[in-house]
Design a protein around this ligand. Structure first.
Ligand code: ADP
Ligand code: DP6
Ligand code: CO
Length: 359
């Protein structure tokens, strides 16, 4: 076999935004959460990661570039994902190139990874979700791994918890699981993207700056210090998960919006209840909430739901296209984009909810 070949695989994976939030781990290494969570997977025209992975006998070590800058792959999360995928790699033969790789060979072959996010990284728009889902999916493709998306989701989970939910389109639930080894802590699709295609998602990029407290650190501090987190995980979320599943099944926008907004607000309340308190939202975020709340009250029923991850950027879900148009008009009026900055830019997808992950 020639020794100067390079094999590559590319994947594109969208991000997902939780409508019932994951915040808190019961196991830091395996990334096992303290509660179930539910998310909606966005269309890649919104926010997505594109990752190319390459393998060659000429590569001396595993290396990775994120948005064009070299980053270290030595962290435990990257190492866990690489180990899990290598352990499941299959035989591969490319007759044209004269390449034959047997299962056992993958352990010795080094990978190079190049990944780009088409949206701000580490700014509370779930770059870790799209990023690790894409990495796992691309590696699985390259190494001929024959596992279903749920199994792959349990691997992506070990890169970043929220990543497990990006392996599916539509509405997705991350089942927290009970087993100590985490094998049952994985994502399942609740409904596909066609089930509720009236919804339109608009993302308001309030700030693309990297957040001061990463999700990982923030939730660790919340677990250690917030009593509200414990109450939320044990008493509130289990009921909300059932109600949210029902609302999604019935396309009941009023319940969906009420639960989504309440859960986002409670997650940020947990952040405030953390010592020292964590502030992910800013003044503009608060003003967006007030604007939506006022509109929903004037209409007598919810037209738009809002949710904020660990950052100030708003994810707004409109009940239909007509409402989305009105929403955008209001946003442009009250929060006009600031010239020469990325403040108050808006991202709207063609289709809001993605069909399938790992294109
Ligand atoms: P976010 O709110 O954007 O998810 P996090 O604090 O959860 O922010 O995670 C940010 C981290 O996720 C980055 O510092 C990086 O380690 C990882 N990450 C982001 N994008 C990628 C990517 N495309 N591939 C691999 N890892 C990524
Ligand atoms: C607020 O998945 O980024 O977005 O598992 O430590 O990588 P790690 O954290 P991450 O946390 C996401 C938190 C959230 C809510 C959610 O996505 O459910
Ligand atoms: Co994240």
């Amino acid at each position: 076999m020639a020794e100067n070949w390079v094999l590559t695989a590319t994947a594109q994976t969208p991000t997902n935004i939780a409508v019932i939030k994951y915040w808190g781990k019961r196991d830091e290494t395996l990334i096992l959460p303290v509660n179930d969570s539910i998310s909606v997977t966005l269309d890649p025209s919104h926010l997505c990661t594109t990752t190319t992975v390459a393998v060659s006998p000429t590569f001396q070590q595993d290396r990775m570039w994120l948005n064009g800058k070299e980053v270290s792959l030595s962290g435990v999360r990257y190492q866990n994902c690489l180990r899990e995928i290598r352990g499941r790699a299959g035989d591969l033969e490319d007759k044209e190139k004269g390449i034959k790789i047997e299962k056992k060979d993958w352990e010795k072959l080094h990978v190079h990874v190049s990944s780009y996010n088409n949206f701000p990284t580490a700014a509370g728009l779930a770059s870790s979700a799209a990023g690790f889902a894409c990495l796992v999916f691309a590696l699985a493709k390259l190494m001929n791994v024959k596992e279903d998306h749920s199994k792959l989701s349990a691997i992506a989970r070990q890169g970043s918890g929220s990543a497990c939910r990006s392996l599916f389109g539509g509405f997705v639930k991350w089942v927290m699981g009970k087993e100590e080894d985490g094998n049952d802590s994985l994502a399942v699709q609740l409904v596909d993207e066609k089930h509720w295609d009236d919804l339109v998602i608009i993302i308001a990029v309030v700030s693309s700056r990297q957040k001061e407290t990463s999700s990982t650190t923030g939730m660790r501090e919340s677990v250690e210090t917030s009593l509200l987190l414990k109450h939320r995980a044990e008493e509130i979320v289990p009921k909300r998960i059932l109600q949210m599943e029902e609302a999604i099944k019935n396309r009941d926008f009023a319940s969906f919006a009420q639960l989504t907004c309440a859960d986002s607000n409670q997650f940020h309340a947990v952040c405030l209840d953390t010592s020292p308190p964590i502030f992910y939202m800013n003044d503009t975020s608060h003003r967006i909430i007030s604007c939506v709340e006022k509109w929903n009250r004037t209409e007598g029923s919810p037209q738009v739901a809002y949710t904020f991850d660990a950052g100030p950027n708003a994810v707004l879900i409109a009940r239909d296209r007509k409402t989305a148009t009105q929403l955008l008009q209001r946003l442009l009026f009250h929060f006009p984009p600031k010239p020469d900055t990325d403040l108050n830019s808006y991202v709207i997808g063609d289709k809001s909810i993605l069909k399938d992950a790992g294109l």
